[in-house]
Design a protein around this ligand. Structure first.
Ligand SMILES: Nc1ncnc2c1ncn2[C@@H]1O[C@H](COP(=O)(O)OP(=O)(O)OP(=O)(O)O)[C@@H](O)[C@H]1O
Length: 347
């Protein structure tokens, strides 16, 4: 029972997106983790003017004195103040506008590789945002819970989460992480490779949003039966004037391939470090692919071919972590052992 406090909340705070689960309601917020502010004249105070989609639409188009920022970089907090503002905003929205009055219990997740200091920063920023208690669980465990893997059994499960800023792989058994690895390279780096390819090949300058759109609609990890073509617009590097070109899915595939190769290398290394009994379970049951980039065309087949193991793409891969946080909230008492840190607030 929430009582005088707000409903329990799970927050998947990612480099690209923030997804919020409210106990009893499900996923209520799914927005880009972008925030826009105006710097008050000659003062260091920042007035928040937009969040999420609205703030993302401002990226690269802001007038002097206004900035649209992504306060998380590669899975960790890069701008403490703006991450706090983002959390405070989503807590307020998720609790129906009563924000600070509701002081909910919040479950968040942190990548396995973060340092103690970085993990503490996640807790502090969530308490500052208005939570009364914060529980932290490791991100691959949350994702595995979300896709329904049997994490508490003495059986090996492997989960690969490819998001915007990070790719994380973990082997889980008996409610814990047995082996894990991560790469601060993921969807955003694919976008960056597309920007560079278009600039070098066509002397055309495009922004990150255009590159992301190209990746999501044309990108693939294996040749496709029907290769696609898309017209894109940008600025000509030579004369600064607008220019449009057509690019093909095969050019995009070639541009993003180095990132895919790195991710596959990381999975291979992790399999080599996995104890043989667990490796056998994974060879039988396969690897579960999650995170936004799991939706890249052909990535599941490519991984399966290169790793010689079944690969299962999660249903709604962008929501695996938030759904896992929801399961944890529903069963907090029986699942306490997966919680790695707790913070208490009401400051
Ligand atoms: N259809 C698609 N094809 C390829 N990539 C996609 C598709 N849809 C979304 N993505 C990419 O998925 C990434 C975002 O995934 P997700 O929301 O899981 O990341 P995040 O949790 O915010 O990031 P991180 O886990 O790195 O902190 C972005 O790079 C986005 O462009």
């Amino acid at each position: 029972m929430a009582g005088i406090f707000g409903k329990d909340i799970g927050i998947d705070l990612g480099t690209s997106n923030i997804v919020v689960y409210v106990k009893g309601k499900g996923i209520v917020i799914d927005e880009p983790s972008v925030i826009a502010y105006r710097r008050a004249n000659r003062k260091s105070t920042k007035e928040i003017i937009a969040f999420g989609r609205e703030a993302r639409a401002m990226e690269g188009k802001t007038p002097k004195g206004v900035e649209a920022v992504r306060p998380l970089q590669n899975g960790v907090i890069a701008d403490f103040e703006m991450t706090g503002a983002l959390i405070s905003h989503v807590l307020d929205k998720a609790s129906g506008g009563v924000g600070f009055l509701s002081h909910p219990k919040v479950v968040i997740c942190a990548p396995v590789y973060v340092t103690e200091v970085e993990r503490k920063a996640f807790i502090d920023v969530t308490l500052d945002g208005g939570a009364r208690e914060v529980y932290v669980i490791e991100e691959p465990l949350a994702a595995a819970l979300g896709v329904g893997l049997p994490i508490n059994e003495p059986r090996g499960s492997m989960i690969l989460d490819i998001g915007g800023g990070t790719s994380e792989i973990a082997v889980l058994s008996l409610g814990g992480v047995v082996v894990s690895n991560s790469l601060r390279m993921a969807g955003n780096d694919m976008d960056e490779s597309i920007i560079n390819m278009v600039r070098q090949k066509y002397t055309l300058v495009i922004g990150p949003s255009t590159a992301e759109e190209i990746k999501n609609s044309l990108g693939s990890a294996l040749p496709m039966d029907n290769e696609k073509i898309m017209e894109i617009r940008g600025r000509n590097l030579k004369d600064g004037l607008p220019k449009s070109i057509c690019i093909s899915s095969s050019e995009v595939r070639e541009a993003i391939d180095p990132v895919i190769v790195k991710i596959i290398e990381m999975v291979r290394e992790t399999l080599e470090e996995t104890p043989p009994e667990l490796a056998r379970d994974i060879a039988d049951q396969g690897l579960v692919l999650t995170g936004g980039v799991a939706m890249l065309e052909g990535l599941d087949r490519r991984l399966s071919e290169e790793l010689n193991a079944p690969v299962i793409r999660a249903e709604e891969p962008r929501y695996s972590v938030a759904k896992g946080l929801g399961k944890l909230l529903d069963n907090l008492d029986s699942m306490r052992k997966v919680i790695i840190s707790v913070g208490h607030g009401m400051r």
